[in-house]
Design a protein around this ligand. Sequence first.
Ligand code: SF4
Length: 344
Amino acid sequence: MTLAKDLLRWFDAHARSLPFREDPTPYRVWVSEIMLQQTRMTAALPYFERFMEALPTVEDLAEVSEEKLMALWQGLGYYSRARNLQKAAKEIAAQGGLPRTKKELETLPGIGPYTAGAIASIAFGERVAAVDGNVLRVFSRLLDDDGDIGQTAVKKRMEEAVLAHMPKERPGAFNEALMELGALVCTPQNPLCSECPVAAHCLALSAGTTTERPVKAAKKPRVKEKLTVFLLRSDRGSVSLRKRASRGLLAGLWEFPHAPGHLSEDEAEKWMANHGVTFTSLQRGPTHTHVFSHREWEMQSYIVTTKGELPFTAVAWEDRSDHAIPSAFAFLMKTWEGLAEASR
Ligand code: SF4
């Protein structure tokens, strides 16, 4: 039996039931693929349901306010994905629907070759590959390929191999089955080869090299930054938030004000004086290290009760959901919530 037949038979029996599989409209497939780019399936599902309920059509997405969009995306991270989704939605709404081919889809903001391949094959039945990290791992093992999967030439080779095995019927299901195999069976560590439906086709299994595949060049170490974050709370109960710049990391989101470095209490007082803050109490708050893909923030915090006007924007606890605050600051949200409850 061919690899495709073995794989599809397994997929038909074992595929997880997922909301975007049950009703795979082009819009739902597209949004789900963007969400899943950097987020695990179990974490993304509740966001997907909430997003679809709030914005059921591409026109709704094109028209929604930035604040509401960011609030819907809050917690998923990599917010540029949401911005690109909206940019693309505006183009799609103007064109009257999603384009149907991988080539045309790739011209839209935020849609790379993988996502374009997934949408074109799953939603429109085009016979094209959709090669993500899961598929690269599966194919580098199936072929026992010792190329570095970070290299374009190796990715291209894998894409060609996927296409060579892809059946004429059900190309979308074949792509989904490969992703599912990578997620459930051919996992990064300890692949479940004894349960694998394509074990008979796997060259790495017969060569005993499954743990050596795929080959990946070492990543650059993350940049570490120390920050001092301020929870500045007025005697009326509002907290100071500020909006980040519209470009770069966490662009356009809201944050607690912070200063570079781990400031001593004296240095923290100086920072506040420079920002026009007078205060009645200053105490150390929680610490937290947040890991992004290329950097790490080692954060300490101060909880400050201020007198008079707050710097930046004063936000009441009840209005927090109008301000998308990235999960890097979740550790201080709990403190804010505690303070808000205590003052009720
Ligand atoms: Fe992956 Fe093992 Fe299956 Fe090969 S046999 S594809 S290594 S799970």
